[in-house]
Design a protein around this ligand. Sequence first.
Ligand SMILES: Nc1nc2c(ncn2[C@@H]2O[C@H](COP(=O)(O)OP(=O)(O)OP(=O)(O)O)[C@@H](O)[C@H]2O)c(=O)[nH]1
Ligand SMILES: [Mg+2]
Length: 423
Amino acid sequence: MPPVEVENHGLEEQIRNLTLAGHVGFDSLPDQLVSKSVQNGFIFNIMCIGETGLGKSTLMDSLFNTNFESNPSPHTLPTVKLNGHTYELQESNVRLKLTIVDTVGYGDQINKEDSFKAIVKYIDDQFENYLQEELKIKRSLSSFHDTRIHVCLYFICPTGHGLKSIDLVCMKKLDQKVNIIPIIAKADTISKTELQKFKSKIMAELQNNGVHIYEFPVDDETVSEINSSMNSHIPFAVIGSTDFVKVGSKLVRARQYPWGTVQVENETHCDFVKLREMLIRTNMEDMREKTHNRHYELYRKKRLEQMGFSDVDANNKPISFQETFEVKRTNHLQELQQKEDEMRQMFVVRVKEKEAELKEAEKELHAKFDKLKKDHTEEKKKIEDSRKKLEDEVVEFNRRKAQYQQMGSSSHHTLTLGKSKKK
Ligand SMILES: Nc1nc2c(ncn2[C@@H]2O[C@H](COP(=O)(O)OP(=O)(O)OP(=O)(O)O)[C@@H](O)[C@H]2O)c(=O)[nH]1
Ligand SMILES: [Mg+2]
């Protein structure tokens, strides 16, 4: 057995409980942690998924009691786009960097089944960015703008008829990647009795399809009571508004109808307050933590495995990152060497081929040259023959010419004589 293990084992057994004789001061650790966190500020990223015009922007304005000044989206986009905006908010001395990501054109396409792809890609991209930062030699995670989505508010259309197939497909695709809180949008358009049935129907459908939504944690006793009671109210039926109405002496967020007024923050009118309480005031840190410890961890594990890293080797024995890296490096070098050898062999073959080709061409050229030379000699011989013939003819011609001339001069006398006789 390696000595290190023995030592560790010994150490564990040696831990003893001691009582301090007086105040030392490390009980201030939680305070140090709080002040450090406050100094750094917090990051929270929300994704709103829901059909166009379902009240996403209005609800965000209502939740954070501000005006994010978002523009309505068109209904005619060919694909779903994700649109993120980051805001710096401050409440007392706590700074919050809030990012709201909106799905633009969700559910507007004819083929709705593909709507989730852009969303899945966006969520994975944010995980990937974080992973890449984490894998850097020189990391700066404390100043890194973490854009991983901490919560996804899924806006359900208040039809009263249960979930649409796009809702189930999308939530199923996302449930291992993000904390999903389903909410019934524009809940003022559905009656009180219908709402209860609608809620149970939605929960039954989610359960039947194995969709895991985010559950408020009940393991911390300070919030377990409220969280478990709130879990039974999911999906929250919410109403948003940018209008204010005077109730008594107070201005409250409300929607006014010819027959009456719906107050956003009135718990008998809708679950808006419950959502705000759970999302912002009670469980924001839990969602940040679950995103990091559960969803990101899963992504990281898958990605590292894809890259070929593992905690155990082929024989199920623990293997360190360093060892895996060494093995990969050796394999890589071997592959490189093999490739180089192959290339070299290929090069030799190619050179030989080229040489043979060249030789062939040379041979052809020689043959061509010989033929030309032969043709040339033949031609020359022919010409020579014709010249000889011509010369012979010339000689013959001259001979005849001389002969004729001779004959001519002898007959000339006769002719001249004859002529002079005539005269
Ligand atoms: N009845 C009712 N209407 C609402 C509610 N919330 C918003 N609306 C109205 O619905 C319309 C669209 O609201 P938005 O908040 O712009 O919706 P959105 O989902 O952000 O729309 P896009 O960003 O264009 O996809 C506006 O006229 C709002 O006044 C609600 O709770 N109940
Ligand atoms: Mg909007």
